[in-house]
Write a protein that binds this ligand. Structure first.
Ligand SMILES: [Zn+2]
Length: 528
């Protein structure tokens, strides 16, 4: 009676049903021994790759076999050759070692008489087959990923501000993740503003909780995933390109482009250096009325030894203004934008209502999408019940399942694009924004240099031009200009309406029309 050791190996990619594979191999081998009247000495379980023979259990077995007197074990049995090895050269080498010990390795499901030289070819095929299969699988996965990428799906680890999710049917996608998403948006906005350099913005955002290294922050600012695009790398004849992604964009393409301009040094005309002195808070915010270049500022010493500060153009233009005059006139101008106290409450109420109703719309949309998903899942449950009761056949069931998972997919994508509620309290945001607007001049006058410059860059959307002792009418933040215009009834008078009710209606409508940008403007102003 021959004596055999049974070698059971579970490969790493079988982890999921490892237990089954192990039991199955063992069972098959034991049955074979029973039928062929072979005595089983021991079963060896290996949980290691077959790339080399450097596997713990195999090495132990080999030492054991070498230490024994010849003839004790006749066979080493395994189910298939790929359980023994994945490499032809190694396999022959090991077969020879075993032969030297008078032991015959054999795959019971792929029996080979290795005395016959031609059978070595067969062995090579048995050994290589799993590898070929693996490569084929990897290639299929590669093409699968590429196809999905081209369809606009993001499959890799989500970039900062997003989170990897998958639908109930297992399709992967990315969705915005708070608070990072808001911080990413804020970073882009700050860079585009051009008031502070990117280093400084990085430090600030890092403190706020955007945990990125400096270099990944720079990469983030160049990353088109934030405008909803997906990168398709070059492959064979196809050049790399971008496609429209299925995920939600965090920022607009316009914002992205202006950030690129700043990073590339094209958008520097709004750039302000933070070296300005207290006496020259407007340095970097003024444009020369004659030549359109940015004004700089510097002190100049008079004959009496006193310093006077000037904003001035570079030579040869020679345009220059006394700084104290320009500073003073600015406060005057800012004061013009202030709103009457009693009107504040009214605006506050309206703005809160409008923004809340926007958020409620989103909440309702989310709720109804979740309900729809639930309904679809129930459909599937019902179908399964019908299938179990033989009311429908499996083809029908498959058809229903396909339909249901398609519509769930669609719904999940829609759900992902409904943005979450902002964490910050709307009421507080609007209050602090209105506080800013209601007394811009005073607030500015009381602020330190850095806050002054922040306030300027969120109030005005372009540089200021000073000439003949006063400012040209500047372009201001939409929120401020809207409230300013409404407050003075400029919009209403145009239509000649007088009635108080109609008056209010129109104003509300006007705010509603502009409410898409309003959120951003409020956030900007409230941040001061
Ligand atoms: Zn000039």
């Amino acid at each position: 009676m021959k004596i055999a050791d049974l070698y059971v190996r579970v490969s790493t990619d079988e982890q999921a049903d490892k237990g089954y594979s192990q039991r199955n191999q063992e069972e098959v081998l034991k049955r074979y021994c029973l039928v062929n009247d072979i005595k089983v000495r021991q079963v060896i379980y290996e949980d290691h790759s077959a790339k080399t023979f450097d596997r713990p259990e195999w090495q132990r077995l080999l030492t054991d076999l070498k230490g024994r007197r010849k003839g004790k074990v006749d066979l080493i049995l395994f189910t298939k050759w790929d359980r023994f090895s994945r490499n032809a050269g190694d396999a022959y080498f090991m077969i020879n070692i075993l032969r030297g010990l008078n032991i015959e390795p054999q795959a019971i499901e792929q029996p080979l008489d290795l005395e016959i030289p031609e059978n070595k070819m067969m062995l090579a095929i048995y050994l290589a087959a799993p590898e070929v299969e693996n490569d084929r699988r990897a290639l299929n996965i590669f093409h699968g990923i590429r196809r999905a990428t081209k369809e606009g799906r993001y499959l890799k680890k989500a970039p900062t501000g997003y989170i990897n999710r998958s639908t109930v049917t297992g399709k992967k996608y990315i969705a915005p993740k708070e608070p990072e998403a808001s911080l990413v948006i804020e970073s882009f906005e700050k860079v585009a503003e051009g008031t502070f350099n990117t280093e400084k913005i990085y430090t600030e955002m890092f403190k706020k909780g955007l945990s990125l290294t400096k270099s990944s922050f720079w990469r983030m600012l160049r990353d088109k995933h934030y405008i909803g695009k997906i990168f398709v790398p070059a492959y064979k004849d196809e050049e790399s390109h971008f496609v429209e992604g299925q995920h939600e964009a965090l920022i607009s393409e316009r914002l992205f482009n202006s950030v690129q301009d700043i990073l590339d040094g094209r958008g520097r005309k709004n750039k302000v250096k933070i070296v300005s002195k207290e006496q020259l808070p407007l340095r970097g915010f003024l444009e020369c009325p004659n030549c359109g270049r940015g004004l700089t500022g510097s002190p100049s010493k008079s004959k009496t030894g006193k310093y006077y500060y000037y904003y001035h153009c570079k030579s040869p233009c020679r345009c220059r203004f006394r700084a104290d005059l320009v500073n003073e006139k600015l406060i005057e101008m800012l004061n013009q934008f202030s709103i009457k106290e009693e009107r504040l409450k009214y605006f506050q109420k309206e703005l809160i209502e409008i923004l809340n109703s926007k958020l409620n719309d989103r909440g309702n949309e989310k709720k109804s999408l979740l309900e729809k998903i639930e309904n679809e899942s129930n459909k599937l449950k019902k179908a399964r019940q019908l299938l179990l009761n033989d009311k429908i056949d499996s083809d029908d069931f498959k058809e229903i399942k396909k339909e249901v998972s398609n519509s769930i997919d669609r719904l999940e994508l829609q759900l992902a694009s409904v943005r979450e509620k902002p964490k910050r309290n709307i009421k507080e945001m609007i209050k602090s924004c209105l506080r800013v607007i209601s007394n811009l001049g005073d607030l500015y006058a009381k602020s330190g240099l850095e806050d002054k410059q922040r306030l300027l860059s969120s109030t005005f959307s372009e540089k200021l031009v000073f000439e003949k002792n006063n400012y040209r009418t500047p372009k201001v933040n939409k929120m401020i200009s809207l409230i300013y215009l409404i407050d003075r009834g400029l919009y209403i008078k145009k239509n000649g309406t007088k009635s108080q009710n109609e008056d209010l209606c129109r104003q509300v409508e006007l705010i509603r029309e502009n409410s898409n940008h309003l959120g951003d403007d409020i956030r900007l102003l409230a941040g001061i």
